[in-house]
Design a protein around this ligand. Sequence first.
Ligand code: ADP
Ligand code: ADP
Length: 230
Amino acid sequence: VTEIQLIGVNKEYKGDGTVTDALKDIHLNFHQQEFTAIVGPSGSGKSTLLNLIGTLDKPSSGKILYNKEEIMNKGANKIADFRFSNIGFIFQQFHLLPTLTALENVLSPLFSRRVSFNKKERAQEVLKRVGLANKMDALPSQLSGGEQQRVAIARAIVHKPSWLLADEPTGNLDTETGKRIYELLKELNEQDGCSVLFVTHDPNLAANANRIITIKDGTVISDECQGGGT
Ligand code: ADP
Ligand code: ADP
């Protein structure tokens, strides 16, 4: 997918008698190979936005189009196939499976999927790509936080998605380690052509993105493009 359009997207969460308007009338276009930071206060709707774009959740109203096509109105298998082909996710808390080695974690999204490449070779290739050539057989508990996030990034790109969605990927890491993870995402964008959308609390990281979207109380309050570079 080369273009994602959000048209009048609303998302409400219904609790017991309460309704939270997490996103209100969002209009946004995302293009291939952008490197976009999403910033804003806690609870402003950033994770919700990423989850909707990543087809993990449906808008309450409005549309999200992927190359002009709506996906969330299709069946669960179609949605899962779409996500597998197009989207990679990275989270603050890594979400690695603790009993699996780094290599097995990276292989896990490919389980029971038919692909045109050799799964193990591909998993080894992406682990090398993120700088973990000599940690493939380590368990997550044997790896540092930075290394665990690198495994999670390898897992997110192993199926060759065109979009990488990262929800505070550096939020659980010290500043220096976080900076190196950020640089890896930037490399994947510039060298490997991945479109990257990442949520961050760190203004210094956001400042180096090509585009900065600021969200507050469920609305976009600014959307700025800049030259980029570091
Ligand atoms: P952010 O990522 O900017 O911190 P979120 O997208 O997580 O914001 O949350 C936006 C709003 O929606 C918040 O008020 C939050 O409490 C609420 N919210 C998020 N997820 C849920 C949920 N699953 N059920 C109910 N409310 C939710
Ligand atoms: P990074 O910069 O990637 O976070 P560190 O400098 O923190 O890496 O870690 C250096 C080495 O120490 C790593 O190779 C890792 O294997 C090991 N290490 C770090 N933290 C732990 C831990 N909690 N348990 C086991 N090994 C660790």
